[in-house]
Design a protein around this ligand. Sequence first.
Ligand code: GH3
Ligand code: MG
Ligand code: MG
Ligand code: MG
Ligand code: MG
Length: 319
Amino acid sequence: DGRPRLRRRAGRAAGRARGGQVTPTNTILIIDDSPDTIRLLSAMVREQGRVLFATSGAAGLELAKVQRPQLILLDVEMQGMDGFAVNEQIRRDPDLRGSAVIFVTAQSSPEAEIACLDAGAVDFIPKPLNAAVVQARVRTHLRLQAALTALDELANQDGLTGLYNRRYFDRQLAAEFARHRRHQLPLGLALIDVDDFKLFNDRYGHQRGDGCLQEVAEALRDGARRPGELAARYGGEEFVVLLPNTTPDALERYGDWMCRRIGALGIAHPGASAAPHVTCSIGLCALLPGPDDTAEAMLHAADMALYRAKRAGRNRSVM
Ligand code: GH3
Ligand code: MG
Ligand code: MG
Ligand code: MG
Ligand code: MG
């Protein structure tokens, strides 16, 4: 469903690497009901990114949802939905957290300027437009926006594996759970715990233990490719995968497949109880969320299933 995915390694920003330098492609969306202003503004900022435009608030919002621009230059005075109304929709949409708004307006009173900033815009550009001022403001906000995006990514990422962290996962689980309840869709959850991992560390040391967790994480990330699927490190040697629109049958197939896949990494572990290599146990929970179900109860059910998988001898997936 187009949610942002973490990149494979921490700290790598979007864009093309050129001679070690990363040059992200910024997208700037101009929403203005005057084609003349759009032409003028486009010409001013076209060196600073990919420029898109819309001539109404409604069209602009639709475009923003799909294109996720870093910056939106938003006309205040527009026919139909005015700039403030558009801005309110942008603020309310969690998908547009990464889109900063700069208001563009001919009303250059201190009150108008304050109203723009209080509405949550990052800046205010007065008309008539001055090319150098527009460019300087756009440049500044693209830079700030890139820093914010990088911070956001770090805040959601597990440092060792590059997977999403538990904080992010918990937030997404709550959101997906509510969505699945609303639309009556089956939701799947898998908790994955590395077997006898303490023994692995004891034998090979913590550093190789870390390497093992990275390999397992890579298998999980690679196995969560369908839109909306999300793999996270839940803590220690425990991982969690969220599988939207997944029936119990399909979830069981996923569990068995992932269990085999992690075994097939072939990471030697002579002390393990189920096989001479690293294995994992998986606890599954699939459900069509009813009015009284909660995300917490779902996690708990998966945890109980994981416990049963351990009790039954490890290296297996249990619903
Ligand atoms: P079980 O099969 O019952 O899950 O046994 P286990 O040994 O895997 O489980 P236990 O909870 O006893 O031990 C988990 C181990 O995982 C202990 C801990 O040191 C290790 N661990 C947790 N986080 C990390 C990490 O980031 N790196 C490394 N190397 N080890 C970790
Ligand atoms: Mg206008
Ligand atoms: Mg554990
Ligand atoms: Mg374990
Ligand atoms: Mg244990």
